[in-house]
Write a protein that binds this ligand. Structure first.
Ligand code: HEM
Length: 227
């Protein structure tokens, strides 16, 4: 095992800010939706708008960072090991099987994470921002303001925005569980706080390209027997 610096300072800042802003948007959004009362409807709308603009600013910063550092490549989806990774989460994890892919500086995300995060970045988050902005700038046609959208109604937009919110809540719950499935229960969380993670020596720079070999399985079984 060797300690490697895998999450840069900006990446960690962006991750935690994004988490806080999305949770706040979720809380205020579901209050607007009528799920509960906490701030009061009008305050909730005001806070949701402020958080939404903060989120948009954070997204602009993150896009700039991902492009200039080339980190967007981390999210390019791949079929390689996708099935092995899914099998690991469904079966292997409960049998103490080895992770089918190893985290490295160049490949921080496993194939399933690549797919889910790419979906979040190119589909879900843009949908939330676009439907949110339409929601924000929609005015009833008779008002004729400069910054207004005269579309026939908000029904579809509201439906998409709310559906997206439910998907984000589901992602959040799954994410909380998956945080605990690293090398140790807290290793993923600690890595996102400190930037450092213990990685396997032989795989610090190159992603492991294949599913676990027979010797990996034997090693895992031997480990199980000796524990
Ligand atoms: C930049 C991103 C976003 C923008 C611009 C935005 C904007 C808005 C606006 C303007 C409303 C309507 C407020 C009103 O009724 O006056 C709204 C509602 C809502 N938002 Fe967002 N929002 C964004 C992101 C999010 C996120 C990330 C979530 C969830 C995690 C969320 C959840 C909700 C929910 C649940 C509602 C209530 C929908 C309904 O019942 O019709 N929003 N949003």
């Amino acid at each position: 095992m060797r300690k490697e610096y895998i999450y840069h300072r900006f990446e960690r800042f962006w991750h935690w800010m994004q988490a806080a802003v999305i949770i706040f948007l979720g809380v205020t959004g579901f209050e607007i939706h009528g799920s509960f009362t906490f701030f009061g409807y009008e305050q909730a709308v005001e806070y949701h708008d402020i958080a939404a603009w903060s989120f948009i600013m954070l997204i602009v910063l993150a896009i700039f960072w991902h492009i200039t550092k080339g980190e967007w490549r981390q999210y390019l989806p791949t079929w390689k090991n996708l099935k092995a990774q899914a099998n690991y989460y469904i079966f292997g994890i409960f049998r103490n099987a080895p992770h089918p892919t190893k985290k490295t500086v160049l490949t921080k995300l496993n194939p399933l994470q690549k797919l889910v995060y790419a979906g979040l970045k190119v589909l879900l988050i843009p949908t939330m921002v676009l439907t949110g902005l339409v929601y924000m700038f929609y005015r009833y046609p008779q008002q004729n303001e400069v910054l207004s959208l005269n579309i026939s109604g908000l029904q579809t937009v509201a439906l998409l925005h709310t559906l997206g919110a439910f998907l984000l809540v589901s992602f959040f719950v799954a994410h909380l569980y998956l945080i605990t499935t690293g090398h140790t229960v807290t290793s993923n969380l600690r890595a996102m706080i400190t930037g450092y993670e213990d990685l396997h020596d032989e795989t610090t720079n190159v992603a492991r390209e294949s599913a676990p070999t027979a010797s990996d399985k034997i090693a895992a079984e031997t480990k199980e027997v000796t524990q």
